[in-house]
Design a protein around this ligand. Structure first.
Ligand code: AMP
Ligand code: ZN
Length: 114
């Protein structure tokens, strides 16, 4: 855990959030400022900033984030489709320095993203 990290504090339940999934490797919670009817953030418990900081030992958890996202999308009945996004670095819009996969669904998405 990184004592200065918002998402580490959410994992440790030091900051309130709507956690909807937890296991020994990952946790997921509702985004506080949803950009779609479903907007969930999925994080590894291990603190690292972005894909740019990931090491080979993080390979399994990065894959697992996607499988848990698919599980949650099925649970939420996102039959029309959903989007999963990592923002890596400020230039891509990353604002919290703990890797997180956005799961967005429940509306039509455009491509390319903004
Ligand atoms: P990003 O801009 O890709 O780093 O995404 C960070 C996300 O964290 C944004 O969608 C924010 O709305 C969300 N966020 C920030 N603070 C909180 C919080 N306390 N609880 C839940 N989501 C948060
Ligand atoms: Zn963290």
């Amino acid at each position: 855990m990184n004592a200065d990290c918002l998402f580490c504090k959410i994992a440790a339940k030091q900051i309130p959030s709507k956690i909807i999934y937890e296991d020994p490797d990952v946790f997921a919670f509702e985004d506080i400022s949803p950009q779609a009817p479903t907007h969930i953030l999925l994080c590894p418990r291990k603190h690292f900033v972005s894909l740019d900081d990931a090491t080979p030992e993080d390979q399994a958890v990065i894959g697992k984030l996607h499988l848990v996202a698919a599980h949650l999308a099925r649970e939420r009945n996102l039959l029309a489709g959903y989007r999963t996004v990592f923002n890596n670095g400020a230039g891509a819009g990353q604002s919290v320095s703990h890797l997180h996969l956005h799961l967005l669904g429940g509306r039509q998405f455009r491509w390319p993203p903004g």
